[in-house]
Design a binder for this molecule. Structure first.
Ligand code: HEM
Length: 416
């Protein structure tokens, strides 16, 4: 499923202006240029005290883009991207420039260097362009959402969204919605354990966590349940889920091959991409209509929290089409990022039974003290939060070039 094939889109890299480090002697726009940071353990050489150098002097194999793309695919493509990065950092140093087909990136390994970059971003950081996503919006004449926008337009939308998606007052509203899904997930795990021959959880972990993340994100965004944690899934929701998977799958090749070219030759990849986004946008339309209908029929009160989409619509600060664009982009950015993080957390915990015990004790103590107040409970689990942060800091490092799926076979440890 998705995480095994997912291209390095939105949430896993850091788009930014690298011209802060390198004099823009080469003044072409950096819109397609992306800076990735990586926590891998290689000897860093900090930028501190160093003189800026021209952009064209960034080391790396960026002159032979199509040749690079050929070797990228030949070398295992996305499955092996981590070991290719390690190799490149070893060869070119802590910052290197790369071009694969049309996709250009600057890769940074030292966290201090990444911090310098962030500090210099300014009011309008260079936003990431995901060419196929932008191409779909251009094709259907739809506006860009917050992930694809740049400059003042990005800032305006982002300020509205910050209030509804990131502010401390709002995020408390997410907790009951997320808790509902979390409880269903745990019930599902117990059912699966009971029905397995050996009394163990032998489900496809990647797939289960992907379902869990999608169900959670959609509940917060659209205020509706997709029913992904049941064995029977409503066919319309199944179409939506398939569309998300298809959207990501058809994104990867178009990161390196111009979507315009694939569109002109009407390739299957382009057709699939359009079909997938069409379905995703139709789903957003349906949610909007349902919400308006419920409000008109007084089935829901405007005061009741029904998710980010409904709040943005009721607030009326952004045009509906812009809201839809940003909601679908939040959905695209929020699913595999969270499910992969959980998968790594489980991997790390499987190898650290003592930490599992400490976390379990903390959760039980918080549950007892909060007496059913989930908000209070969430605020009293510092170790759990620290564990997730640590996984985010550390967890994307693949050791010994082992595929994640085999690392997760849990033979070396187990979640108790
Ligand atoms: C562990 C989970 C997550 C990780 C590791 C992660 C990571 C990131 C990173 C590194 C960026 C780029 C930031 C930048 O451009 O400077 C980003 C952007 C973004 N993420 Fe996430 N993310 C996660 C979860 C989510 C969730 C749950 C959502 C939505 C519900 C989401 C939606 C977005 C959006 C819309 C952007 C673009 C923001 C903008 O351009 O203004 N992400 N994420």
């Amino acid at each position: 499923m998705l995480p095994r094939h997912r291209p390095p889109v939105p949430a896993l890299g850091i788009p930014a202006r690298v011209s802060q480090f390198f004099c823009p002697e080469d003044t072409r726009p950096l819109a397609r240029c992306r800076a990735h940071t990586s926590p891998m353990e290689l000897p860093p050489t900090s930028l501190k005290g160093k003189m800026p150098r021209p952009y064209s002097e960034i080391p790396g194999n960026w002159k032979t883009s199509w040749f690079n793309l050929y070797f990228f695919w030949k070398d295992g493509g996305f499955h092996n991207v981590h070991s290719m990065m390690v190799r490149n950092f070893q060869q070119f140093g802590p910052i290197y420039r790369e071009k694969l087909g049309i996709y250009e990136s600057i890769n940074i390994i030292d966290p201090e260097d990444a911090a310098v970059l962030f500090k210099h971003e300014g009011m309008y950081p260079e936003r990431l362009t995901v060419p196929p996503w932008a191409a779909y919006r251009d094709f259907r004449n739809k506006p860009y959402g917050v992930l694809l926008k740049n400059g003042e337009g990005w800032r305006q939308d982002r300020l509205v969204l910050n209030k509804e998606a990131l502010s401390l007052q709002t995020i408390d509203n997410f907790v009951p919605l997320l808790n509902e899904v979390g409880e269903d997930f745990v019930k599902r795990v117990y059912i699966q354990i009971r029905s397995s021959a050996h009394g163990r959880w032998t489900a496809d972990l990647t797939n289960e966590l992907f379902r869990f993340a999608l169900e959670s994100v959609c509940n917060v965004l659209y205020g509706t349940r997709l029913g992904l944690l049941q064995d029977f899934i409503d066919p319309e929701n199944q179409q939506f889920i398939d569309a998300i998977t298809l959207m990501f799958h058809s994104t990867s090749p178009m990161l390196y091959i111009p979507p315009g070219l694939l569109r002109r030759i009407n390739s299957k990849t382009w057709q699939n991409h359009v079909k997938a986004w069409d379905t995703i946008f139709q789903h957003a339309d349906k949610c909007i209509q349902n919400m308006y209908r419920d409000l008109r029929l007084n089935r829901k009160s405007a005061k009741e929290y029904m998710g980010i989409l409904s709040r943005l619509l009721l607030q009326d600060k952004l045009p509906i089409e812009n809201i839809k664009a940003s909601i679908t982009e939040m959905m695209a950015g929020g699913v595999d990022t969270t499910s992969i993080t959980l998968q790594w957390a489980m991997y790390e915990l499987a190898r650290a039974p003592a930490m599992q015990e400490q976390l379990r004790s903390e959760v039980f103590a918080a549950k007892a003290a909060s007496q059913g107040d989930v908000l209070k409970m969430v605020k009293s689990v510092p170790l759990l939060k620290a564990a997730i942060k640590e996984v985010l800091r550390y967890g994307f490092v693949l050791r010994e070039q082992t595929p994640l799926s085999s690392l997760l076979s849990l033979t070396q440890g187990s979640i108790q």
